[in-house]
Design a protein around this ligand. Structure first.
Ligand code: C2O
Ligand code: CU
Length: 509
């Protein structure tokens, strides 16, 4: 029952170093920052907004003058943004015109299990009557996953229901097919889903053109302009040494923000709200905002993965792991007009040190504020509430004689229930890592209680759905499993680790 993960683990899709692009790259801070379009509902009935998204292959100019084939939600990368209101459900009908099956998951959503995008709940490509035997989504030898009899549903279109009955937050939707999530996201299957409510709107935070989504993702480009991905490249697959247990995940040498390389955005000398998502497969960033004269601007954190903090937290720099989100306010008021303000990645080297930049274009009035109290509805669970403490290791291991990534010593198996929790139960989970693993739980938000016996870090504040475990670290999280019963997941959100087995089933009963 390990066909997919095992097949992948024999062919690690990783080179150890970052992939090098083979096309001309633009100078940093020359391409304008795009903002993903907001999707319009096709209709509204009974207080439910209905959306439709066609998943399709397009060719787009990601790099100036270079044509790049992408897999997209609705024709763009990132896909269109869904703007939702707390408590107002939406349905999204996904139609699959891609050449491979897909699965849609709303990351951070409190979603009924049947709409949560279980990795074998496939949306088959339009035109497929039956699944071709032995079809392998990106040409991996031995992939028989699509004949998997455990696939529960096989539709050409699929309607997902998202209740949005949750704290306002920046969520994102992305592909989640078993064994193929990493290459599917890499090729473009990711988009934003923002939940808002009246209380947040009333805070007076920067808004309108002064609220920007910042979706950061690294990529690399082949000489023909296509996105490079190691498993697609037969030469690389056969290269000696690729079986080493480095398996860091796939890294590119181009940093895209909202789908554009090292973009620049013109701003007023005023506060901006930056809603940052690390949509990279494997790259970690440590973000810092610097001026030409070496000065640094504060990153005022107002929210975490699952919405607003109780009170703002100020950072000089901010680490962000794959799938994490930070809601930040940066104030350009004291920056001289004409200055370039760069957002850099302190973990990057050379060109991957640059991320994006803001050009302060003009003085302008600013009626926004950052209140001392942001929200009062954060859950207050503590250890005394927990009915159970569990421990899970996140470690490299052997899968059918090859390298894989394991939780509690086991690779993902859709036929096995790893954890059963009671609806409404509060639990403490201790997560132990060998190397960096950003660990994500579906359905719930959690608080970080400790890191290797020490208090959580400043950026652990608030309600999270992804915690970045550092090498050798043991972190404790606490959550309450409420919302819905059914089968959910927890996994590493290094997308290659996830595809290579580092995922487990969580059953809420
Ligand atoms: Cu962002 Cu299980 O996913
Ligand atoms: Cu991992």
């Amino acid at each position: 029952g390990l066909s997919g993960a095992a097949a992948l683990s024999r062919r690690p899709p990783v080179t150890g170093d970052e992939l090098r692009s083979a096309v001309p790259l633009p100078p940093a801070f020359t391409v304008p920052l795009p903002v993903p379009a907001v999707l319009k509902p096709v209709g509204t009935s009974g207080g439910v907004d209905r959306y439709e998204i066609t998943q399709r292959a397009v060719t787009a100019e990601v790099l100036p003058g270079v044509r790049t084939p992408l897999w997209t939600y609705g024709g763009t990368f990132p896909g269109p943004t869904i703007e939702a209101r707390r408590g107002r459900p939406v349905t999204v009908e996904h139609r699959n015109e891609l050449p491979v099956p897909t699965v849609v998951h709303l990351h951070g959503g409190r979603t009924p299990a049947e709409s949560d995008g279980y990795p074998t709940d496939l949306v088959l490509p339009v035109g497929w009557r039956d699944v071709p035997a032995g079809h392998g989504g990106h040409g991996m030898p031995g992939m028989g996953g699509m004949r998997d009899p455990r696939a529960r549903t096989t539709n050409l279109t699929r309607e997902y229901t998202f209740p949005n009955d949750q704290r306002p937050a920046l969520l994102w939707y992305h592909d989640h097919r078993m064994d193929f999530t990493a290459p599917a996201i890499w090729r473009g299957l990711a988009g934003l889903h923002i939940v808002r409510d009246d209380a947040e709107d009333a805070l007076g935070l920067p808004s309108g053109p002064r609220e920007l989504p910042i979706v950061i993702a690294d990529r690399a480009f082949d000489e023909d302009g296509a996105l490079a991905y190691p498993a697609l490249d037969p030469d690389l697959r056969e290269r000696p040494g690729v079986e080493e247990p480095y398996l860091a995940g796939v890294l590119g040498d181009v940093i895209l923000v909202n789908g554009a390389p090292w973009p620049v955005h013109e701003v007023d000398a005023a506060r901006y709200r930056l809603r940052v998502l690390n949509a990279s497969n494997a790259r970690h960033y440590d973000l810092e905002v610097v001026l030409d004269d070496g000065r640094r601007l504060d990153l005022v954190q107002i929210g975490a993965d699952q919405g607003l903090l109780a009170a703002p937290v100020t950072h000089a720099s901010l680490p962000i792991a794959p799938a994490e989100r930070y809601d930040l306010v940066v104030d350009f008021a004291d920056v001289p007009v004409g200055s370039l303000v760069r957002v850099i990645n302190r973990l990057g080297a050379g060109r991957t040190r640059d991320v994006l930049a803001f050009r302060v274009a003009r003085k302008a009035p600013d009626g926004s504020r950052v209140p001392e109290v942001l929200s009062a509805d954060l859950p207050s669970w503590d250890r005394a509430d927990a009915v159970r403490v569990r421990e899970f290791s996140f470690r490299a291991g052997q899968v059918n004689g090859g390298h894989g990534w394991l939780i509690g010593g086991l690779p993902f198996d859709p036929a096995r229930t790893d954890v059963t929790v009671g609806l409404g139960d509060v639990e403490v989970w201790r997560l132990v890592a060998d190397v960096h693993h950003p660990v994500h739980l579906h359905l719930v938000g959690f608080r970080v209680l400790s890191r290797s016996g020490r208090p959580p870090l400043p950026h652990d504040a608030g309600l999270k759905d992804t915690v970045s475990l550092r090498p050798g670290e043991a972190a404790e999280i606490i959550t309450r499993f409420d919302g819905y019963r059914g089968r959910y997941l927890f996994h590493c959100h290094n997308a290659e680790h996830e595809d290579m087995g580092m995922m487990a089933n969580l059953e809420v009963v």
